[in-house]
Design a protein around this ligand. Sequence first.
Ligand SMILES: [Zn+2]
Length: 102
Amino acid sequence: MSDPLERPAEGEGAAASGPRRRFELEETGFDEVPVRYRRFYRHWRGPGDALGPNEVICPVCKVVIRSSRELREGDRLYCMACMTRLRVRRGAQGGLEADCEY
Ligand SMILES: [Zn+2]
């Protein structure tokens, strides 16, 4: 398994808005993880950049983690770039953010 989305949310959050959209991921030149995982990560390009519904920023290493599926609140992700387990939540601005799981 290589998708950072390890464990989709269960229960309410999971069923909230129907089936998850799927995304085709392309490599963007991120070379800090082994080749087969590269398309699941990209660098944040700063102001003007925007996250897709399948993307969230790792709070530890600040890279953008990308899943082949739409992300939802409560999902658990694994950031291979810094080897941290994360949990997705709804941020104050309305977008998705991630917290470390200990
Ligand atoms: Zn990370």
